[in-house]
Design a protein around this ligand. Structure first.
Ligand SMILES: Nc1ncnc2c1ncn2[C@@H]1O[C@H](COP(=O)(O)OP(=O)(O)OP(=O)(O)O)[C@@H](O)[C@H]1O
Ligand SMILES: [Mg+2]
Length: 285
């Protein structure tokens, strides 16, 4: 699967006095198997970009191609696009509306026209995958805790068996334990073969999870590359009012002090390097 943005610009309320261009001239390609983080300051256009990934928003100019086909062209099924590319909104739990969790999770599969047996199987599987106990299937979503509600909402998207999952700030507003669990969940989806695009404000979360990082700044792609490269650009990130992970700061500080310490952004790598440093050995860069 390949999702390609070709010079995509989106202007909200074009032609009105309130018009605002949220993304401008964005070109990028997302491929199978990737775990990509989308970061950027508030208002930089992340959510707008995400909503173009499954044709929820259409470009004002430019094109979005899925396996070479323009997803906004007439005759291209939006339903199929949205099955293949699942979008989990920020605070997705606010979109739950059915009387039971099972019905909510079943909503997407039902729309796909699957048999009742297949729908039931998918609901069961999806609840299992997001770590919710089967007993809650018949409960009202509003009886669940906030974290469980968010999982139920994610289950509804997972039940469509998307090839790519786009998550808009999935850990927002969760306590540290909840964040931890959410990151583990995202990682488990990726390990099961789903491509992931995760929007996040937390550099530490991103450092622990992402292989590739796309940085948005004022509606444009400012940086796009492997995590280890993007985090080396501490100056540019700072200019965009973004931080680097704590671990990077530690590594940079040690290097400034003259220690032979590698640039790193993962806690595990820093631990290894520190151990080597303390033993007097030479850590490898
Ligand atoms: N429905 C809308 N109508 C008009 N302008 C909008 C609309 N949605 C977003 N915008 C504007 O578009 C720009 C980008 O917004 P967007 O929500 O995509 O940014 P974001 O990076 O997701 O921000 P955040 O980190 O706060 O979620 C902002 O200036 C915002 O005010
Ligand atoms: Mg947003």
């Amino acid at each position: 699967m390949q999702l390609q943005f070709e010079q995509v610009t989106h202007t909200y309320q074009a032609g009105s006095p309130f018009q605002s261009t949220a993304i401008r001239d964005v070109s990028l390609t997302l491929g199978s198997g990737e775990l990509t983080a989308l970061i950027g300051h508030t208002g930089s256009g992340k959510s707008t970009l995400a909503q173009h990934m499954n044709a929820l928003l259409a470009p004002t100019s430019g094109r979005v191609l899925l396996d070479g086909k323009d997803i906004n062209q007439k005759g291209v099924s939006k339903k199929e696009t949205r099955q293949r590319i699942g979008l989990v909104f920020q605070y997705a739990e606010t979109q739950l509306f059915e009387e039971t969790v099972a019905k909510d999770v079943a909503f997407g599969p039902k729309n796909l026209g699957l048999s009742q047996a297949e729908i039931d199987a998918r609901v069961k599987e999806a609840l299992h995958r997001v770590g919710l106990p089967e007993e809650i299937a018949e409960k009202s979503p509003f009886e669940l805790s906030g974290g469980q509600m968010r999982r139920a909402a994610i289950a509804g998207v997972i039940a469509m068996r998307p090839e790519m999952l786009v998550l808009d700030e999935p850990a927002a507003g969760l306590d540290p334990m909840g964040r931890e669990d959410m990151l583990a969940l995202v990682r488990s989806f990726h390990q099961a073969g789903t491509s992931i695009v995760m929007i996040s404000h937390s550099m530490d979360d991103v450092a622990r999870l992402a292989q590739r990082i796309i940085v948005m700044d004022q509606g444009q792609v400012a940086l796009d590359g492997p995590a280890e490269e993007v985090f080396q650009d501490a100056d540019q990130l700072n200019q965009m009012d973004l931080d680097v992970p704590q671990v990077c700061k530690l590594a940079l500080r040690l290097r400034e002090e003259g220690f032979d310490f590698p640039l790193c952004y993962r806690m595990e790598d820093a631990e290894k390097a520190l151990t080597a440093l303390l033993k007097g050995g030479k850590p490898h860069a």
